[in-house]
Write a protein that binds this ligand. Structure first.
Ligand code: AMP
Length: 212
């Protein structure tokens, strides 16, 4: 299964992507995670991306298209993959089509803006990639990662003003992709619920038709 995961920032793409990856045994790639790693390492790409990310804007298309091209040409994607957070604009979707990759489904996790703001303000993340919410997905010990024991922190771009910018960017630039994939007959919309397990159940039910 070659899958695209879409949704507003904080809709739960990363969480669901990990669940699908585990169940289907296919790799997941998050352009957001890769860009954050590049920023941390101070690479040329990271330096270029940082100002956009801090402002809640999209990083230029050619940067993320390059990342995805390299990733999809690697051997580990031969039995399927999940793209978490790519494409995020029509030119990115067109670039993906131009790579000759067949996408089976574009799954959109739908969450209302008010809920997104509430969720992002409670999000806590770990450098190992794990993600929590102080109310909805609290770690066993406050501010400590269940997976690796490191201290959790608030993502820089989860600050209230940046969240609003990211939501605006989502509606203006990314949401039109729903029509793009609906026209191809591969759009699936799932309601993002308060309980992670409810969303996972809905996601798995929607994807069951791709099971062998
Ligand atoms: P995310 O972790 O998916 O919310 O991504 C965090 C930030 O990384 C976004 O707000 C963008 O600045 C940048 N980013 C991630 N994926 C993309 C993409 N496909 N196109 C452009 N920018 C992206």
């Amino acid at each position: 299964m070659n899958l695209i995961l879409m949704g507003a920032p904080g809709a739960g793409k990363g969480t669901q992507s990990a669940k699908i990856s585990e169940k289907w045994n296919i790799p997941a790639v998050s352009t957001g995670d890769m860009l954050r790693a590049a920023v941390k390492e101070g690479t040329e790409m990271g330096v270029k991306a940082k100002s956009y990310m801090d402002a809640g804007q999209l990083v230029p298309d050619e940067v993320v298209i390059g990342i995805i091209k390299d990733y999809l040409s690697s051997d580990k994607c031969k039995d399927g993959f999940i793209l978490d957070g790519f494409p995020r604009s029509i030119p990115q979707a067109e670039a993906l089509d131009a790579m000759g990759v067949k996408i089976d489904a574009a799954l959109s996790i739908e969450v209302a803006d008010e809920k997104i703001v509430e969720r992002m303000s409670g999000r806590r993340v770990c450098s190992c990639g794990a993600s929590y919410h102080v109310v909805y997905k609290a770690p066993k010990t406050a501010d400590v990662c269940d997976v690796c024991g490191a201290a959790l922190y608030v993502r820089a771009d989860d600050a209230a003003e940046t969240v609003l910018n990211r939501l605006n960017t989502y509606h203006a630039t990314t949401e039109p992709l729903k029509d793009y994939y609906a026209a191809k007959g591969i759009l699936i919309c799932v309601e993002g619920r308060e309980e992670v397990s409810d969303t996972t159940a809905a996601v798995m039910a929607a994807l069951s038709k791709f099971e062998a």
